[in-house]
Design a protein around this ligand. Structure first.
Ligand SMILES: *Cc1c(COP(=O)(O)O)cnc(C)c1O
Length: 413
């Protein structure tokens, strides 16, 4: 009889961030795009839109400098290059993140050193970071996963004491705040992505921001092949790439930025309705948000106690997917250090460089060092959330979760 409950539900299609159902790309973007095309100037070195985006994003964020670039990965690479590690220097980071946050560390010849995460927030903690610091730590990279701020005040206190710069990966956390201050402004450099599925999008794109004139200068140069535009005797000053955003992308990004605050407001309101509807289901916990924080819900994550349900997390996810709710149990499935590139050190030819320079302890991925990470991945159910959800969509998602959970609930609990 449990199975039949599902059959009676009329399936609905939720807005998706992969197409026009869940993205607001329209006249505002078209007008700016047409202006860019009519101008005939598609490079940001001469055009207006990328500059406009940079100025407006800096002021939106509350940072002195911002530069656009070609992707979130490029943004993180640019941030690391600005900090300029020596080969073999260590960058403390998280293993529950996008690979685009990790490969730039290796391209700059530094070693990613993974700290454990809090299994409730999926974020690094000051304690887990401190546990892996070494004399070779050159930077700390903090990801605000799913839009939930990490404990930046304490992390910055730790980092400042040791004089270690901090990069914030805000790819999933536009608009997130701690005590009214936006993430991306606590550390030395904030990085953002404009990839298809982020809060605002241009398909691909990225932004870096900083208050430091020195980092800003190096970031500008790194994005521009380190060519000293505007200098009296310009040269290519150091090893760098062309990571520029073009004007077409800049035009769309400038239009999207105008909608960001509204998207963030809607996402928070939708998440609050979901939390209200989902509280009190045995075996399921709604997102853990510190009271001084604003979580901006790139995704909406449930923490599932598999033991409470027949078939555990997977059965729950299957039931939701059958209702067109395309959730992801275990998010990225495995910690990043279990991916081939890192596990087998597939880097430059057969050299394994820069891993050849690593302290053995820095590349020791023993399971017992990452209990929070494995626990987090074993319990997390990532639900899609979109600013275009109507109250009917929210009701559908909440009811589906309640029904699927009830049908699978073990009698004993
Ligand atoms: C999306 C994402 C990135 C990479 O951004 P791209 O624009 O896809 O290169 C990096 N870090 C996190 C946390 C992300 O979500």
């Amino acid at each position: 009889m449990a199975a039949n409950t599902a059959d009676k539900i009329e399936l609905i299609q939720l807005p998706s961030d992969q197409d026009s159902t869940g993205r607001e790309l329209g006249d505002d973007e078209m007008v700016k795009l047409a202006t860019a095309i009519d101008s005939g100037t598609l490079t940001s070195t001469k055009g207006q839109f990328v500059k406009e985006l940079e100025t407006r994003f800096a002021s939106y964020l509350g940072a002195k400098h911002a530069y656009a670039c070609s992707s979130g990965t490029a943004a993180l690479h640019t941030a690391i290059a600005a900090i300029d590690p020596e080969p073999g220097d260590e960058i403390v980071t998280t293993s529950i993140t996008d690979m685009g946050a990790l490969t730039p560390i290796l391209y700059q010849a530094a070693i990613p050193v993974f700290a454990d995460v809090d299994p409730k927030t999926y974020n690094l903690t000051p304690e887990s970071i401190e546990a892996v610091l070494s004399p070779r730590t050159k930077a700390i990279m903090v990801t605000h996963l799913f839009g939930n701020p990490a404990r930046m005040n304490e992390i910055m206190e730790l980092a400042r004491t040791r004089n270690i710069p901090v990069i914030e990966d805000c790819a999933q956390a536009y608009g997130a705040e701690i005590n009214g201050k936006k993430v991306g402004t606590f550390g030395d450099i904030g990085c953002f992505s404009l990839q298809q599925g982020k809060h605002i999008t241009t398909g691909e794109g990225g932004i870096v921001a900083s208050d430091s004139a020195d980092y800003a200068r190096r970031m500008f140069l790194f994005i521009n092949k380190a060519w000293g535009y505007g200098d009296t005797n310009p040269d290519h000053y150091f090893l760098a790439l062309n990571y520029r955003m073009n004007e077409l992308t800049g035009a769309v990004a400038a239009a999207q930025l105008e909608k960001l605050e509204e998207f963030v407001r809607r996402r928070i309101a939708i998440a609050e309705q979901m939390t209200a509807g989902l509280s009190g289901i045995a075996g399921i916990k709604t997102p853990a948000v510190d009271s001084e924080c604003v979580h901006t819900y790139w995704k909406y994550c449930l923490q599932v106690d598999s033991a409470a349900f027949e078939g555990g997390l997977d059965a729950l996810a299957k039931g939701l997917r059958e209702r067109n709710i395309f959730c992801a149990p275990r998010y990225i499935q495995k910690p990043a250090f279990e991916c081939q590139v890192i596990r087998e050190q597939r880097t430059f030819g057969d050299s394994r460089f820069p891993f050849t320079l690593a302290r053995p302890e820095a590349v020791d991925y023993s399971r017992e060092k990452f209990t929070g990470t494995y626990d987090a991945l074993a319990t997390v159910l990532v639900l899609p959330l979109n600013e275009r959800y109507s109250s009917e969509h929210v009701r559908y998602v909440v009811e589906s979760i309640c029904n699927v959970a009830k049908n699978l609930q073990k009698a004993s609990s």
